[in-house]
Design a protein around this ligand. Structure first.
Ligand SMILES: [Zn+2]
Length: 110
């Protein structure tokens, strides 16, 4: 998507990296993602396709618009818990931007 907002494009990238880190550490895969994690990644990408908040959105894990179904939300939160702190050492720039985004508030919501 060429005219996608950079904010959304960055979240896609960040989520992919985080899911990959989590999968490598917890699931027995040689390369790429296990089927569960690629399912989660597809789901996350589809949520971003549909996201209406664009550049004003916080990160998905912190978003007050609960567009994830509960089971997927739990899975993505587990990924964040593991990969979040590790992002800082491996991808510091992305991690800091992600942190900044996660503090955003949805306009009109709380
Ligand atoms: Zn996995």
């Amino acid at each position: 998507m060429p005219d996608e907002h950079p904010r959304i494009a960055r979240e896609r990238k960040t989520i992919k990296i985080m899911i990959e880190m989590h999968c490598k550490a917890h699931h027995d895969v040689k390369k790429g993602l296990c089927s569960k994690c690629s399912e989660l990644q597809d789901y996350a990408m589809k949520r971003l396709d549909k996201c209406k908040l664009h550049e004003n959105k916080p990160t998905c894990a912190k978003c007050t618009v609960h567009c994830y179904k509960p089971a997927m939300r739990e899975r993505v939160r587990a990924v964040m818990r593991y990969s979040g702190p590790r992002m800082l050492s491996r991808h510091p720039v992305l991690a800091l931007l992600h942190l900044r985004d996660s503090r955003r508030k949805v306009e009109g919501g709380r």
